[in-house]
Design a protein around this ligand. Structure first.
Ligand code: R5P
Length: 355
């Protein structure tokens, strides 16, 4: 707790200790945190962060966290810039007597660096998990990219809850799209897309994807001719470089299908990805795990329920996409030459052309 009495007078909410969670947004996460606090009747707190002239980070906890269950809200898209202030805030709250410290990261970064793809690379998913686990007591996230890890607890040493947005995506499609055909962009997404399609009551198809580099992706669509009268809906967990969806939308256009609707969980949209994808689509819709113009599906109610309910104590963190290639096949291949997010050629059934 600060020694400066004016801080307590001007900034603390002196309503007495509460068993309710104290929701603390890091910069840029205020709207999400307010939705969460409003949905569950939790108290909204505040953290001040800024940069010193030399570029170092200043953090000040503006709420009374002593003996409170503190919930920091910080999506981890573009994590490098905000990581230190997040860890400083958590450590600050702990040193001020917080009873427990939870991180709600609707998007969890560094999950795709889950293997040493080239000699000498750092497996940053593990480093990131170790660093976060050392400052927080619990993690809640949505659809982390569990590809080569079976569960978040394979790399996070704190209890971790991975919620699934698929039912929310399905609800949105069922409500907003007439006569849809769901399309997943790669074979590993099949069981995820199938589950959404079943909830929507629509047919689905999956493409095959081969990635040659960060921004170089080939998509091979299956025969979609019997569904020509349907509205294609491309569903995916992440739009990062956007190349997967851009290429899928281009292939649909080449087949003469209607412009697709794109429905995704995490709208990262690096660089000009959104500008390039937009003209190829009828509409692009995302959850609000990352603040973006395409946000249309709110996650706060689901996260609030999970944190308030019994399932919050554990479980629910396992992979829901198809299992990745067996590790022995990867090892037999000798070189780790395919990017983190995509299966190697023996999974896609299409020859690679080299990176
Ligand atoms: C792959 O396994 C993921 O589900 C996404 O398809 C992929 O991460 C998208 O990446 P990008 O937008 O860079 O093509």
């Amino acid at each position: 707790m600060s020694d400066d009495p004016t801080i307590r007078v001007t900034t603390f909410e002196n309503a007495g200790k509460s068993s309710r969670h104290l929701v603390m947004p890091l910069a840029g996460n205020e709207s999400f945190a307010r939705l969460l606090a409003d949905a569950e009747g939790w108290e909204l707190g505040a953290v001040e962060t800024r940069s010193f002239p030399d570029g170092e980070t200043y953090v000040r906890i503006l709420s009374d966290v002593e003996d409170r269950s503190v919930v920091f809200v910080c999506t981890l898209a573009r994590p490098d810039a905000g990581f230190l202030r997040l860890v400083f805030a958590a450590d600050g709250a702990r040193s001020l007597g917080a009873r427990s410290i939870t991180l709600i990261a609707p998007y969890l970064a560094y999950m795709r660096q889950d293997r040493r793809f080239q000699t000498g690379e750092a497996v940053t998913s593990r480093s990131f998990a170790r660093l976060l686990s050392s400052s927080f007591d619990r993690l809640v996230t949505v659809d982390p990219h569990l590809h080569r890890y079976l569960a978040l607890t394979d790399l996070y040493s704190m209890p971790a809850i991975a919620l699934q947005a698929a039912p929310l995506l399905a609800d949105w499609i069922a409500t907003n799209v007439d006569n849809p055909l769901l399309i997943g962009p790669d074979t590993e997404s099949e069981q995820w897309v199938a589950a959404i399609a079943a909830q929507v009551g629509a047919p689905y198809a999956v493409a095959r994807k081969i990635r040659h580099g960060d921004r170089n992706v080939d998509i091979e669509l299956p025969d979609l001719s019997r569904w020509r009268d349907r509205q294609p809906v491309l569903v995916d967990d992440i739009a990062s470089s956007g190349r997967t969806l851009i290429e899928a939308a281009r292939q649909l256009a080449l087949r003469g299908l209607t412009l697709p609707i794109v429905v995704i969980v995490h709208a990262i949209f690096a660089g000009d990805a959104f500008e390039q994808l937009s003209p190829l689509c009828r509409r692009i819709v995302s959850t609000d795990s990352v603040s973006h113009a395409s946000n249309a599906i709110a996650l706060a109610p689901m996260i609030g329920r999970a944190l308030a309910g019994p399932e919050a104590v554990g479980g629910g963190n396992v992979r829901h996409r198809c299992p990745p290639e067996p590790m022995d096949e990867v090892d037999r291949a000798g070189v780790d030459s395919f990017p983190a997010s995509d299966p190697p050629s023996w999974m896609g059934g299409v020859e690679r052309h080299g990176d």
